[in-house]
Design a protein around this ligand. Sequence first.
Ligand code: F6P
Length: 374
Amino acid sequence: MAQKIGICTGGGDAPGLNAVIRAFVKHGVRHHDWEIVGIEDSFNGLLSEPMRLQRLDLQSCKGLLHRGGTVLGTTNRGDPFAFPGEGGALTDRSGQLAAAVESLGLEGIVVVGGDGTQAIALRLMEERGVPVVGVPKTIDNDLSATDLTFGFMSAVEVATEALDRLHTTAESHDRVFFLEVMGRDAGHIALSAGIAGGADVILIPEIPYDPARVADKIQVRQALGRPFSIVVVAEGALPLGSGDDRAERRHRLARAGGAAALAKAQLEGRIQAEMRCCVLGHLQRGGSPVAFDRILATRFGVGAAELVAASRWGEMVCLRDGAITAVPIRRAVTQRLVDPAGQLVHAAAATGVELGAEVLGRSWGLLAASDQNL
Ligand code: F6P
């Protein structure tokens, strides 16, 4: 009898989810003759009555490679250990989930998701005996175990195109634009898109900014005959003195109407220029994955099938130094933020981008390194 494997996508969507599903199904069906069951809306499909499942075969994979979103649906409100019931009360339905897995005869589940979803998957395995294999996903690119997550490059591409477009209108009107981009507590999207889009200022959560420095940068540009400026603001970026408490930071940003609005407010009265905000929002998550993400997602899907075939439950595929490999999920759920002394920050600062604080970045020591690499 064919082995039966489940697959689900959890958390916020990211361009490339369908490419992972496609690669996993193709490899699993063609080489292992698996019967693959898609679980709808993260783990929720197993908890619905009747269960919401999709049979995934070679036919259902057609046209999936470039399609945005996820054909399985997703949610970030479906923790089976704290499942929202009637009246908002949270109940532990993880036992029901494990029973559903058993009744379907699933050997295990491939879980495509970010840190929150992987943490749930790990609990399901450790506390309920549900075998899982992980595939990392997030446009934020903030998972420590993998050099890159798919979806990130697509988000950076969208933000870069937005910056190109803002440039021409900002220049025409002599305006200062604040473009707010996603990233949660991490500034990876802001930093990469800011560099690619030629931003004048990049503000990220990892480097609390001094509004006086930002104002200074804009004024120097004005004095040099460049009356417009572009400021990229990560959604978690805050001015100096805002403290480290995450909940408090979110509350502060919500009160201000967002990170771009807050940065703009910090500059009121400090500069003479018309200032405007643009919040890019979910445009960064929707639509087709760029080529890089299609390739990475395909490699992750194939890697996940190989982990399942080898019964390496409890592991997650990842990209390390250009190669697909695997790590225990336990090690995968820690966050990786932008290194304020890292190479990207250095490249930005070295090309005149203001980051809102004195940043030196690491010297690359390229001359010494290149000799050794010959
Ligand atoms: O983690 C991905 C992400 O897009 C973050 O960048 C953002 O803060 C969050 O999800 C938005 O989530 P939601 O779509 O639930 O508002």
